[in-house]
Design a protein around this ligand. Structure first.
Ligand code: ZN
Length: 368
């Protein structure tokens, strides 16, 4: 500290002290106020004096902190992008609806991101949202080798025993509490990924089509019962392994990034269209997509076919439930999928069907 600064400081202190002395002489009863004032005034003066004398040092420090914050991944992108597994964008069937929803999402984001999203080809986003369910990522369900009707399965030489006349299991309706460790009711969704140590016996339906071995028998019973009622059921895309799901997901992310999105944005949009690897029921062999003779699109129209109606009415008797029902989109985060059936066992399927609840609700109410 040089001499003139020191002098300024001493002068200021003297000035305050003499002012307080004067005040205290006039108002003896309030002398404590004068002393408090002196302390505060001298403290504040010294504080700013110190800041002033170290301006360069503090400026450097502030610059470093600002630089660190602005270049850190934990700062603004994470806060505003809202990357989460829970889908915020409700994907609706109509493309106009989609655009409206995307616009709404954009409004919630910061201006910087708005600019980025505007740069992205809107046709790509539209196209992306058209493939609104995880099952329509690839048209493999149209490949005859990736389909299996009852006759295909029989001719593939699957165990004839399961083809014997059997009536569906009788449901134990008394049962109201289910064991959370029961493999049949395992809850798999974006919030509940498949446990790392999950194991199951993989059985072959036909050719490369596989699923959990324990599901094949009830599946065939169901197909047989449907045939009796004059309804044809054709199975497609049952089990998908992690590699395949990851490949489908990464392809989608790449596509969005090519269209100009950042990785975070691409990931967010991809997770709307393709189930995040590790959270698809197809990976645990308990989900099966079903089509019928004259209707092979995986879309809502399937619900109006004879097969769609028959399944909605009867699948629970064989332990299968329509996993993503209409009206439960808020809970499942997945659009109505009348073709996607999940094996949960006859007891759970009966409870879910009679109470009109989805698997998530079933877990909240009936699983211990
Ligand atoms: Zn499916």
């Amino acid at each position: 500290m040089n001499a003139s600064s020191l002098q300024t400081k001493i002068n200021y202190t003297k000035k305050i002290v003499s002012r307080v002395e004067k005040f205290n002489r006039k108002h003896k009863a309030l002398s404590f106020l004068g002393i408090a004032y002196a302390f505060v005034a001298i403290f504040i003066y010294n504080f700013f004096f110190y800041l002033y004398r170290n301006t360069k040092r503090f400026t450097c420090l502030a610059c470093i902190i600002l630089f660190f914050i602005s270049s850190s991944s934990f700062s603004y992108p994470g806060l505003s992008l809202d990357i989460s597994f829970d889908s915020d964008i409700k994907i609706t069937g109509e493309s106009e609806g989609d655009i409206a929803i995307i616009n709404q999402t954009i409004v919630e984001e910061s201006d910087a991101e708005l600019a980025v999203i505007n740069d992205v080809d809107s046709a790509v986003i539209e196209e992306a949202l058209e493939s609104e369910n995880p099952d329509v990522v690839e048209a493999e369900h149209l490949d005859p080798d990736k389909q299996a009707s009852l006759d295909d399965i029989i001719s593939a030489g699957l165990d004839e025993n399961v083809m014997e006349e059997t009536s569906p299991e009788e449901a134990d309706i008394e049962k109201t509490v289910f064991d959370r460790n029961d493999w049949k009711i395992i809850l798999v969704n974006k919030q509940h990924p498949i446990p790392d140590d999950y194991e199951f016996p993989l059985g072959t339906i036909r050719g490369s089509m596989r699923c959990d071995e324990r599901v094949i028998s009830p599946l065939l019973e169901m197909m047989k019962a449907a045939r009796k009622d004059g309804v044809s059921l054709i199975i497609c895309s049952p089990y998908r392994d992690m590699d395949r799901q990851t490949m489908l997901f990464n392809n989608k992310v790449d596509k969005y990034m090519d269209a100009g999105m950042s990785y975070m944005e691409a990931y967010n949009y991809a997770s709307q269209a393709v189930t995040v690897p590790g959270s698809s029921e197809h990976q645990i062999g308990l989900a099966i997509d079903i089509i019928t003779d004259n209707y092979s699109s995986l879309d809502e129209g399937f619900a109006n076919t004879a097969a769609g109606k028959w399944l909605a009415e009867n699948s629970y008797k064989f332990g299968f439930v329509l996993r993503y029902p209409e009206g439960k989109e808020e809970i499942t985060s997945i659009e109505f999928e009348p073709w996607h059936f999940r094996y949960v066992g006859v007891d759970a399927a009966t409870v879910m069907t009679t109470n009109n609840i989805c698997l998530e609700e079933f877990w909240s109410n009936f699983v211990e």
